[in-house]
Design a protein around this ligand. Structure first.
Ligand SMILES: Cc1cc2nc3c(=O)[nH]c(=O)nc-3n(C[C@H](O)[C@H](O)[C@H](O)COP(=O)(O)O)c2cc1C
Length: 402
């Protein structure tokens, strides 16, 4: 597939010309993903609207926001919204969050029997205290039997229609409680199609730097299934560097594409050996931002107010580094409707060029390490005690974010 060709945004070759990479397509069971790039699931971000913008630029696998297995099985409206894909989206990828094998099995069965997904990812990376203090997300792989039973249930149900299941996880809880190697081996032995590793622990949250060496170690430890690397890819050059440094079969990109759906065009170009990069001027960014807002109106069933409230969080990301005054930024961050958005965007200088490095680099969540919030006595054993079994049941409810 060729990336969007808009002369206004394709100008100079990248400053550093990367050496050609020869990475084959990513094979996930029967699914072939020609460009071995995955849009990381991000709650509140990777909805239909944003996935559409991203996939218009390049090939890859575009994962939904996570959906809680319990809420999905209960067919809550928001869960059905999350797993909805536009008719032209293929493959349809859904990320499930669950702490319970039975509910996991039910949710996967629903997705498979009702033909609602072509790929299912399981979330074992969420570091949000609300989730981990009940034993979910990145706390879960520590409990090896529970971890295995959830994956086993998902793979069993998904394999009935040959739907590949993948696992996304962190390195562990903290440096003294690393789980990624044994969790990866367990997942592999249970028949997952690939494992993705975010090179941070729960304790690191989004701070510091992702440890790509761990990603390399996992790649070595799992010779016969694809391993995907995740963490701190801010440019196509970073993606190439990760592949070279770790040997991964594909990359998973999260915050780097916030406000920059064209990063997927850069990634496709880079993986195909082309030096062309998208360098949008301000007019193109403003158009894309407006379009994002319009698409969100569709995503939220025509609710313009909700869509505009949602798009406000993207303002800082889209306009990072561009000439947009503080006052206009503040008004954009409170924009109530599409008509006002149009007026505000019309105030921008349509001739302002791509600002260069100021528009690039880290964006989105960062912060400092956070003391792990875990259930009482969680780290004492890798098996669940009776009290913990009761507690984690509650972890499926009211969960969002990764
Ligand atoms: C706003 C936000 C929401 C996220 N939501 C999820 C999620 O629903 N499921 C998940 O597995 N990870 C989630 N993550 C983690 C990302 O998928 C990814 O692992 C992480 O951001 C590291 O990759 P990056 O350095 O490319 O951003 C989220 C991250 C952010 C910033």
């Amino acid at each position: 597939m060729t990336a969007v060709t808009d002369a206004s945004q394709r100008t100079e070759p990248a400053a550093r010309t990367p050496e050609r990479l020869n990475l084959p397509a990513l094979q996930l069971g029967p699914l072939t993903v020609e460009t071995p790039v995955v849009l990381a699931p991000m709650a509140g971000i990777t909805n239909n609207a944003f996935r559409r913008l991203c996939r218009e630029y390049g090939g890859g696998l575009y994962v939904s926001e996570m959906v809680t297995a319990r809420a999905l099985v209960e067919r809550r409206a928001e869960s059905l919204r999350i797993i909805h894909h536009d008719p032209d989206e293929t493959p349809r990828s859904v990320q499930l969050y669950s702490v319970d094998p039975v509910t996991t099995g039910q949710a996967v069965r629903m997705l498979v029997e009702e033909d609602r997904a072509d790929h299912i990812d399981l979330n074992f990376g969420c570091p949000v205290p609300k989730v981990t203090k009940r034993g979910g997300g990145s706390a879960l792989p520590w409990k090896s039997e529970l971890f295995a039973s959830i994956i086993g249930a998902a793979v069993r149900e998904a394999s009935k229609k040959d739907i590949p299941v993948t696992v996304k996880m962190r390195r562990g809880i903290d440096e003294d409680h690393l789980t990624y190697l044994d969790a990866g081996r367990t997942a592999r032995s249970l028949g997952v199609a690939a494992v993705a590793l975010h090179g941070r622990t729960m304790e690191q949250h989004y701070s510091g730097q992702a440890d790509w060496d761990s990603i390399a170690r996992l790649r070595e430890a799992l010779p016969d299934i694809p391993v995907l690397g995740n963490g701190d890819i801010w440019s196509a050059e970073d993606a190439i560097a990760m592949v070279r440094q770790t040997g991964v079969d594909g990359v998973v990109v999260g915050r780097g594409c916030q406000g920059r759906p064209w990063l997927f065009g850069d990634l496709q170009n880079a993986f195909e050996g082309s030096d062309e990069r998208f360098r949008p001027g301000l007019a193109k960014v403003a158009d894309t931002f407006y379009r994002h807002a319009e698409l969100l109106v569709d995503t939220f069933g025509g609710d313009e107010g909700k869509a505009l409230r949602d798009v406000r969080k993207h303002v800082a990301w889209y306009f990072k580094g561009y000439q947009v005054g503080g006052e206009l930024r503040a008004r954009l961050a409170q924009v109530p409707d599409l008509a006002t958005l149009r007026e505000l965007l019309d105030e921008l200088d349509p001739h302002a060029p791509y600002p260069g490095p100021d528009a690039e680099g880290p964006r989105g969540r960062a912060g400092s390490p956070k003391r792990p919030h875990l259930p009482e006595g969680w780290l004492d054993s890798r098996e669940l005690n009776a009290e913990q079994k009761t507690l984690i049941q509650a972890a499926e409810l009211d969960v969002s974010g990764g």
